[in-house]
Design a protein around this ligand. Structure first.
Ligand code: TYD
Ligand code: MG
Length: 547
């Protein structure tokens, strides 16, 4: 870890040496002419573009707060690295989320500046003129349709990203994309940058500025080359100095700005090194002001560290408009893009992509990614059932496998399921549903090494055991959500609607749920999915394993 940090610091200081914006086409030209890439003059980026009024009306110095003024003493607060809760004094545990040892010291410059800084995170991007008056809703939204207001992202890939964002890209929005290292954040943003730059039927091509504090322009250029990105309007810039980045952005007047990553940029006026809590918070606030003043959407990459680094995206989630998480299993090529916060749309959306040789591709049939481990014989393979579980505000589908075998020396073995829970479900199946599984050894497994820790998976476990015991395969596209009680009754679990809509979005055709919520779920009018309500295990067996 330490050696990685060293390498990173060296790479970082090397990157600081060069700071130049360069368009992708120019990068190609220069690389073919000579191997050295020279910085382009300011006049090069100054070429007349159809600059919007909004972008030319703000001053890059305005959005960067000036901490040099005033000499009053600095203010220290304690911020929870888990939830971002702040306290005036140190506590052993966070009083908001109750986590122990998560409070970290946070110095906020001088008291006068902290007022500026906190204003920055909140209101300072708003117009200051006293002349601005409150407006009636009807006059604000008059003539603006959702479709016209958003920047459309064309193509299959653009549609998928646009859907996750809530129907296109909102001008002036600040979007944070988090995810594990190597999951594909830079790849995703380079692709987004290229489609925004290329424009659509409705919009002419326009410049997009992709700034990386982690890679050189040559590295980004060669990646773009591999991904066959050929737009003329994509500008690459390798820098960590946020003020410099915003000055360049002002000259270029881009349609969108991408910062990869927020942990590598810094403001000279702010204390602490890049990636520290103070820097990350102030840089994000500055970018928020930039986005709101210029109306340019800004994408930020935020790293998620296993140790829960204080500068992680959790702190930023309060500031930004949209938080997207990119997820994927270690050995899988599938990537899920999930909004966990969206001021402009629903957080129930889910983007599904596959990492290929030439970047991310949209998966046309997302339900296939969970069934991909199954071969085409899976229709005759008994003992498989799909459960829907939540992880924080995120829902995902996992596959429960059961095997009932007679004559085995092992009586029971579970993997990925709590043993006591499995014992209970098996006992209830025997007693309340009359399933004669006493003579059988029962093996339970959750596919892909995942763990099923929620009671919402009970129904899927019971269905998998029944399927294996009765040697009756559960057809494709059926998911199970529900808790099982000792009386064999099927109980409801929290966030049923979110779970069912995820199932529907992933292309499933049937969802077995507790009877008590059947009506309300049918009222959601999720046309593509049939909701089957069950009061108890007997009804489950009748509904799924008959006919
Ligand atoms: P990257 O976008 O650099 O990840 P992050 O920015 O989240 O750290 O993606 C890195 C991984 O993606 C790397 O392991 C290689 C893989 N990859 C492909 O498989 N195909 C491609 O076309 C690209 C660009 C990357
Ligand atoms: Mg990256």
């Amino acid at each position: 870890m330490r050696s990685l940090r060293c390498l990173y610091t060296r790479a970082h200081s090397l990157l600081l040496l060069r700071s130049s914006t360069i368009s992708l086409s120019r990068f190609r030209r220069l690389s073919s002419d000579s191997l050295s890439v020279n910085s382009i003059s300011d006049s090069d980026t100054d070429k007349p573009k159809d600059k919007s009024d909004a972008i030319s009306s703000w001053n890059p110095r305005e959005v960067v707060m000036n901490n040099k003024k005033g000499k009053s003493k600095s203010k220290t607060s304690w911020v929870c690295e888990g939830c971002g809760h702040s306290e005036g004094q140190w506590w052993g545990s966070c009083r908001a989320c109750n986590k122990v040892g998560t409070m970290r010291r946070f110095s906020q410059g001088s008291s006068t500046d902290s007022a500026t800084a906190s204003a920055g995170t909140g209101l300072s991007w708003l117009p200051e003129q006293a002349a601005v008056q409150p407006l009636k809703l009807s006059s604000v939204i008059h003539g603006i349709t959702q479709h016209q207001w958003r920047i459309s992202l064309p193509g299959l890939f653009g549609n998928e990203v646009g859907r996750v964002l809530g129907g296109g890209l909102a001008p002036g929005s600040l979007i944070l994309i988090g995810g594990d290292p190597g999951i594909g954040k830079s790849t995703l943003l380079l692709q987004i940058a290229s489609i925004i730059a290329e424009g659509s039927d409705l919009a002419q091509p326009a410049p997009v500025l992709y700034v990386s504090g982690e890679e050189s322009v040559e590295q980004i250029g060669s990646r773009a080359d591999r991904m066959k990105i050929e737009t003329d309007e994509l500008y690459l810039f390798s820098s960590s100095d946020l003020q410099d980045i915003l000055t360049k952005a002002h000259r270029l007047s881009p349609r969108a700005l991408i910062i990869d990553s927020i942990q590598t940029v810094y403001l000279k006026e702010v204390t602490g090194s890049a990636g520290g809590l103070t820097q990350v918070k102030e840089c994000t606030s500055t970018l928020l002001r930039f986005a709101k003043k210029s109306n340019v959407p800004v994408f930020l990459v935020g790293h998620v560290t296993k140790a829960g680094d204080i500068a992680g995206p959790r702190v930023l989630e309060h500031i930004v408009d949209v938080v997207l998480y990119m997820e994927g299993e270690e050995h899988s090529t599938y990537r899920l893009l999930r909004p966990v916060k969206n001021r402009f749309g629903s957080t129930d959306e889910l983007g599904v992509f596959e990492m290929s040789q030439s970047g991310l591709e949209v998966v046309s049939n997302p339900s296939g990614i969970f069934l991909s481990q199954q071969n085409s014989d899976s229709d005759v393979l008994a003992g498989l059932a799909v459960a829907v579980v939540m992880d924080g505000s995120r829902s995902f589908l996992i596959e429960v496998q059961a095997l009932c075998a007679s004559g085995s020396t092992v009586s029971r073995h579970v993997n990925g399921v709590q043993a006591s829970r499995a014992d209970m479900i098996i006992a209830v199946l025997m007693k309340q549903a009359g399933l004669r599984i006493q003579e059988n050894a029962i093996f339970l497994n959750v596919a892909n090494g995942m763990a099923l820790s929620e009671t919402a998976g009970d129904l899927a476990i019971a269905a998998a055991i029944c399927s294996s015991f009765l040697e009756f395969p559960i057809p494709h596209g059926v998911a199970f959500i529900g808790e099982i009680g000792l009386g064999g009754e099927v109980r409801t679990v929290p966030r049923m609607e979110k779970r069912v809509s995820t199932v529907a979005k992933l292309g499933f055709t049937k969802c077995v749920v507790p009877k008590s919520v059947e009506k309300s779920l049918k009222a959601l009018d999720l046309k593509e999915i049939e909701i089957i309500g069950c009061r108890n295990l007997k009804e489950l067996i009748n509904a799924v394993f008959r006919g």
